[in-house]
Design a protein around this ligand. Sequence first.
Ligand SMILES: NC(=O)C1=CN([C@@H]2O[C@H](COP(=O)(O)OP(=O)(O)OC[C@H]3O[C@@H](n4cnc5c(N)ncnc54)[C@H](OP(=O)(O)O)[C@@H]3O)[C@@H](O)[C@H]2O)C=CC1
Ligand SMILES: CC(=O)N[C@@H](CCC(=O)OP(=O)(O)O)C(=O)O
Length: 314
Amino acid sequence: MTYTVFVDGQEGTTGLRIHEYLAQRSDIEVLRIDADKRKDATERARLLNAADVAFLCLPDAASREAAAMISNPNTCLIDASTAHRTVPGWTFGLPELCRGQREAIRGAKRIANPGCHASAFILAVRPLVDAGLLAPEALISATSITGYSGGGKGMIAEYEAGGNAQLKSPRPYALGLAHKHLPEMMAHTGLKTAPVFMPIVADFYKGLAVTVPLHLQQLRAGTSPEQVREALAAHYEGERFIRVMPLRDADTLAGGFFDVQACNDTNRVDLFVFGSDTQILVMARLDNLGKGASGAAVQSMNVHLGVDETLGLV
Ligand SMILES: NC(=O)C1=CN([C@@H]2O[C@H](COP(=O)(O)OP(=O)(O)OC[C@H]3O[C@@H](n4cnc5c(N)ncnc54)[C@H](OP(=O)(O)O)[C@@H]3O)[C@@H](O)[C@H]2O)C=CC1
Ligand SMILES: CC(=O)N[C@@H](CCC(=O)OP(=O)(O)O)C(=O)O
């Protein structure tokens, strides 16, 4: 069986990466738009409606526009943008989220791919809420360190142009405390209050790690770091792309330093719990263009089509 696939936004960062994944597939026929018609609404609509699966790798406004162009009831949209992640009628493209999510993706024609920071945050926190270790009312914070490809073509060009000394050091951003991933972080963890979230972009291409620092007192009384790790391990048992590392996994740290890039070129998420007697750090690491974007989109496509979920992904 061959499926036809169109990538709207094929020249962008996530679109190009999806094309790389699809190029290895004999079961996928890729529909391509002529370079001079990339933003031609009529041609985009024609290709979107000719596809079994269409990926939207576009800014939010263009994604909403594309979604409104669909008249073919068989076309499945997988949107990489922020536009639809908490919109009713759209299914969150994170198969590992909870029991039943895979079946929901299999049956959905509108799939919203999670944001890169949000994927890491949700995968780290959701199991703790589901296990009753962290109350939905908890007030927590998180930081994220990310490579600059997370900012798309514009930010990549800025970093790769060189000559701007400010870009040499890590840059905290979203300091208005209203990062666009907060709504999906709340909706898909069950947290009632948005975390205080500060992302930091630094001078490396890709790789991302979210850290959630917690006093053990913020967790259910008597919770130990071991129990937090066990809750993660139980939640993700059998998951091909999620690795829950041993507690205080010093072996993964070169000389005591955490490697943010160690999941690059994979669709993997590594989860860590570092703990003392009174505090823990829960960390999630991924490739922002892998499980943080394009890899996740291909995984959702595989789940939706009912083919091997790992096809083309490592
Ligand atoms: N980069 C990442 O790590 C992640 C990105 N995302 C999200 O995925 C989406 C795509 O991001 P990314 O690939 O990084 O962005 P880029 O800026 O790299 O690419 C976006 C592409 O969309 C094209 N485009 C813009 N408007 C239109 C339009 N009206 N019609 C057709 N094409 C259009 C752009 O054209 P042109 O080339 O002319 O500018 C560009 O090629 C965004 O919503 C982003 O937030 C999600 C997760 C992670
Ligand atoms: C470094 C950088 O700017 N990263 C982007 C996140 C990329 C991403 O996940 O974007 P979407 O939510 O659109 O999917 C940011 O924090 O806005």
